[in-house]
Design a protein around this ligand. Sequence first.
Ligand code: ATP
Ligand code: MG
Length: 484
Amino acid sequence: MLAATSSTKTPTAAKWLVAHDRQRGFFRLSFSLWHFFIVGTARTAAPGSVFSEENLPSLVATKSKFQAIRGTRDLLPPETALWNHVEETARQVFGTFGFGEIRPPILEPTELFARAVGGDTDIVSKEMYTFEDRDESSTSLRPEATASVCRSYIEHGMQQLPLPVKLYYIGPMFRRERPQKGRYRQFYQIGAEVLGGTDAPAIDAEVIEMVMTFFDRLQLPGVQLEINSIGHNAENCRAGYVARLQAALREVRDKLGPDSQRRIETNPLRVLDSKLEQEQSIIETLPRIADHLCDQCKAHYAAVEQQLGMRGVRYRENWRLVRGLDYYMRTTFEITAAGLGSQNAVCGGGRYDSLVELLGGPPTKGIGFAIGEDRLILSLEEAGKVPATAGRDVYIAWMGEQAFATAIRAAKTLRSAGISVELPPAEQKFGKALERASKLNSRYALILGDNEVAEGSWTLKTLADGMQQKFAEPELLDFLKRSL
Ligand code: ATP
Ligand code: MG
């Protein structure tokens, strides 16, 4: 497979990857390839591969301009400050609800997702980044993390811990979707799961209350919570309803678009998700799940609603809110926010009481959610919550050998007091130094020439108004601590 590419005219690795990726619809990489990119040395390439010693020079000679892979992007300052703020807020809020952080690996056996998410879902059948590892085992970049959390729960025998186990995660997910605003191939989720113990409606309500508290703390604009119950997978409940829905859909089949027509047979519930304009009036006439829930599911749903009311959580019921996977049951919810166009869902969640068992663990209650962090950030940015470019508190404009030694010491003292300091590595004329200080958005310039050092009296210039004050060294620190 690799040898074939060496006969093409300009076998740049990038072209090879793109061509291969297009052909197959997903990437399959050998580890020698990864290793080559990461380590960047021919020595690590397997003998006889496209990256053998002899053809390496031609690869190096090809001046390729590297770009982030389509659907992936660099998160840069100052935006990363907002990402950190969001993540810190999540940690803080989730901590107050008793959640601990889990950091599962990004790579998992493909089979885990095939089993948990479902082999016939779009995610697994079309969107997963799957490759054969060196030992020929099929490995995937995670498209979501609930499966990993459940795998981990089983692997570490967490059912022995005081139940329920409450975990949250923050990290990148990978799905090969069509990139657009709010949709990326590497995107980030902040999610939480409650595993084990009971399925008390108060748990569902508290999980929802926690997400809403988090969004509230961030002042996310236009937050709307929608909830539904999709019952459980039994004849007297969802299974019976789905059969009825399917029969009703078959009758209106001709009026539906090709996607919905296909879903009538593969996943009828998903038709309810349709955003197609011409299907809306037809969908309104279909049977509704609320009329077909069993008594227990009906009571559970009513109790969740009552619990949400007690917690002051405002919601809208949406009977069309479904999850396409069998293991989901009862409470489902989705949260949308403003400023996102058609990709406006920032959070999806629900109860999945049979998932742990499906993965080979003990019968375990479960409920969780995943927040799309990229969309969350977009929405905050659209609402003008953009962090200011981080400046410096103090720019040290030093001149002279002796002053430099003092400047280094001063920088150390100030930094250890949490003050951000820019210390130029080489001497500058004062004019130049002040120019750079203001370019870096510094609040103060600390002027240190040999004279100042000799006198022990340092000049602090406020860049906004040009005001200058003189301080002895200890007073300076006091002043800065008070004013910053
Ligand atoms: P959508 O209907 O928007 O594709 P989904 O049902 O696939 O969402 P989930 O698998 O429930 O989404 O994931 C939870 C959240 O993760 C979504 O509400 C969304 O905010 C975010 N998300 C999902 N896929 C992407 C993506 N490709 N890029 C950015 N965010 C995403
Ligand atoms: Mg999706």
